[in-house]
Design a protein around this ligand. Structure first.
Ligand code: KG4
Ligand code: ZN
Length: 341
C-alpha cells in the first residue's frame, strides 16, 4: 500500500511516498531554518509563507522520485498538530484538496507520536513489544509505553523546556546561532577526557527522582550562570561547556528511559526525534543493549520529514472524512491506548 504523506508543522516542508509503512519510495524535505538565522529564531508568519512557496514543488518532486502519480497512491497522511497554525494549515489544506479531488482516504497524524515510527522504517519486524518509546525533539521530551504497533500510552514528559530546546538555547548562548544540538555535539567532540581546563559540572535535573518526568529549564539557568562567571570566552571554554551540557542532557534522558523500561519490564526501547541524532546519546543507550533491544532511526529520519508520518499512518492511523480534518496546533500528546490521534 502506497501512502503519500505531508508534513508542515514548523519550518520544514516535507512529502514522502512510503510503501507498507516501511519502504521509502521517496522523501523530499525543504527547510527554511537557515533564513531564520538573522532573527535568532523562527518567525511563524514567515515560516507559513515559506511553506506555501515550497509545498507544491516538494509534492511534485516526491511523486516524481517515487515514479508514481496520484492514481497509484492508496491513502494520504498529513500532520495536523502539534505545531505552528500557519504552517500546519498549508499542509492540511493541501492534503484535503488532494483527498477531495482525487477521492482518496485521508489520515490525520499527530506529529510527536509519529516521530516514534521512524524506527519502523526498514525495521518493523525487528522490534519486540512491549516497548518504551522516548521522543526527544525541539519542542517535546516524552515517554510512552507501546504494547504493540498500535497501542500507545503516554507515561510522562517535560514539565518545562524540551531537551532539544536546552540544546538550542545553549547553542545560541555559545555563539552557534541556530545550529542547535548538532553544533553542541561537534564542539563537545573536541574535548577528550584528559584535556579539561575549567572542570565544569552542571546538574542532572530530576535524574534521580522516581517520576517519569523531565525538567530542563534549570539547566539552562545553570549554563548561563557558568558562562557568566568566565571573563575569558575561549574556544576551550565553549568546548567544555558544550561537552558538559551534552553529558547532562544525555545522562538524564538515558536514566529516565531506563527507569521506565525497568518499571514496565519491556523488551525494547525506541528513541526518536531530532535529538535522537545525537551520537553521545546513541553511545550511552548502546551500553544497555544487554538489557533491552535498543532501536534508533537512521540519522536522516530523526529530524522532521514525512517518512515517519506515512509510517505512523500505516501502522496506527485511521482514515476520516476529509471535511473533519483540521489543523490542531495544540494537539495533545498525552494519549491513552484508545485515542487514535
Ligand atoms: O524533531 P525535530 O527535527 O523538530 C521538532 O519536531 O522539534 O527536532 C529538532 C531538534 C532541535 O532542538 C535540534 O537542536 C535537535 O533536534 N538536534 C540535535 C541533533 N540534531 C538535531 N540535538 C542534539 N544532537 C544532535 N546531533
Ligand atoms: Zn519533529
Amino acid at each position: 500500500m502506497n501512502i503519500l504523506a505531508i508534513e508542515t508543522s514548523c519550518d520544514e516542508t516535507a512529502a514522502a511516498v512510503v510503501e507498507d509503512g516501511t519502504k521509502v519510495r521517496s522523501s523530499v524535505v525543504a527547510s527554511s531554518t537557515k533564513m531564520f538565522e538573522k532573527y535568532g529564531g523562527i518567525v511563524p508568519e514567515v515560516a507559513a509563507r515559506e511553506q506555501l512557496k515550497f509545498i507544491l514543488p516538494v509534492l511534485t518532486e516526491a511523486l516524481a522520485q517515487a515514479h508514481v502519480d496520484y492514481q497509484s497512491i492508496d491513502k494520504l497522511a498529513v500532520t495536523v498538530g502539534p505545531g505552528l497554525i500557519g504552517s500546519l494549515l498549508v499542509g492540511v489544506e493541501t492534503a484535503k484538496t488532494i483527498a477531495y479531488v482525487e477521492n482518496k482516504p485521508i489520515i490525520p497524524v499527530n506529529h510527536v507520536l509519529a516521530h516514534i515510527y521512524a524506527n519502523f522504517v526498514d525495521n518493523a519486524g525487528q522490534i519486540s513489544f512491549p516497548s518504551i518509546a522516548l521522543v526527544v525533539s525541539g519542542g517535546h521530551t516524552e515517554l510512552f509505553l507501546m504494547e504493540s504497533e498500535k497501542k500507545l500510552q503516554w507515561l510522562g514528559g517535560t514539565l518545562d523546556d524540551a531537551a532539544g530546546e536546552a540544546f538550542d538555547k545553549t547553542a545560541r548562548l555559545l555563539g552557534f546561532g541556530n545550529r542547535g544540538g548538532l553544533a553542541i555535539q561537534e564542539a563537545a567532540a573536541k574535548i577528550t577526557n584528559s584535556k579539561t581546563t575549567f572542570h565544569i559540572k552542571l546538574p542532572r535535573p530530576m535524574a534521580k527522582d522516581e517520576t517519569l518526568n523531565f525538567s530542563f529549564s534549570g539547566l539552562k539557568t545553570a549554563i548561563m550562570r557558568e558562562w557568566n562567571t568566565h571573563n575569558e570566552r575561549s574556544d576551550q571554554l565553549i568546548y567544555e561547556l558544550s561537552h558538559e551540557v551534552q553529558e547532562s542532557i544525555t545522562d538524564v534522558l538515558v536514566s529516565k528511559t531506563v527507569l521506565a523500561a525497568q518499571q514496565y519490564h519491556v523488551k525494547s526501547v525506541l528513541i526518536a526525534g531530532g535529538v535522537a541524532a545525537n551520537t553521545r546519546l546513541r553511545e550511552k543507550f548502546a551500553a544497555h543493549q544487554t538489557e533491552f533491544q535498543i532501536h534508533f532511526p537512521p540519522t536522516s529520519l530523526c529530524t522532521d520529514n514525512a517518512v515517519y508520518i506515512a509510517s505512523y499512518a500505516y501502522f496506527r492511523g485511521q482514515p476520516v472524512d476529509w471535511r473533519c480534518v483540521d489543523a490542531s496546533p495544540g494537539l495533545p500528546v498525552e494519549v491513552q491506548d484508545s485515542s487514535l490521534l
